[in-house]
Write a protein that binds this ligand. Sequence first.
Ligand code: 6GU
Length: 256
Amino acid sequence: MNFHVLTLFPEMIENGMNTSITGRAIKNEYLTLEAVNIRDFAFNKHQKVDDYPYGGGAGMLMQAEPVYLAWESIAKKTKKKPRTVFLTPQGKVFNQAMAKEMAQEEDLVFLCGHYEGIDERVLEEIVTDFVSIGDYVLTGGELPAMVMMDSISRMVPGVLSNQESGETESFAGNLLEYPQYSRPEEWHEKKVPEVLMSGHHANVAKWRREQSIVRTAKWRPDLLKKADLTNKEWNYVRQLWKQWKEEESGKEEKRG
Ligand code: 6GU
């Protein structure tokens, strides 16, 4: 996978991506990273890349031409017109399925905006995907681009070790991860659940699935629709919800 990032802050991208697992993958050549400074393509006296919006309004816009020339410097080198992601809160919300799908590309270009946005005309010509990472506003597209590259990277063969890939499918079943414990056996008077010490693999697996279902029912009930639960497991979920509802109304009564 070759990542190309169009940005006004290339060092932010390089510093983030050359760290930890993505850093190791770049060193071992499973990934390449090229951060292109859009300012290097502003061919005016002060290397200015922004201007006022026609029609008025708050703030400045990134101009079309330096963005286009920076993008073209990448597109000239790729086999085909590259998939180009514009990071924007107006985009489709990123998820694991999109990460998996984008990991199949040979090249991915990320366009990071700043100021109030980018001249619409260049977006029309180069952008293939408009993507947001969630419903909150950030100051620029760099962190979202790094979030996307991180999750796409772990879907690229070779990036994770066998041990690390064990965790890859945890979200695929649309259930949250079960709780985990390591040594010591007792810490702050809390003991590790007995079943995990039993060495009984079938019981451990059963306990973990149950814990995953409890957590998902509690914190992300929206995911359960997509998780394939047995009828028995659905009954268990309904029983949990009823129990939690009763506990809630019990608390309310106490509060008066
Ligand atoms: Cl992709 N960009 C910005 N600026 N803010 C965001 C975002 C993207 N996704 C969520 N908030």
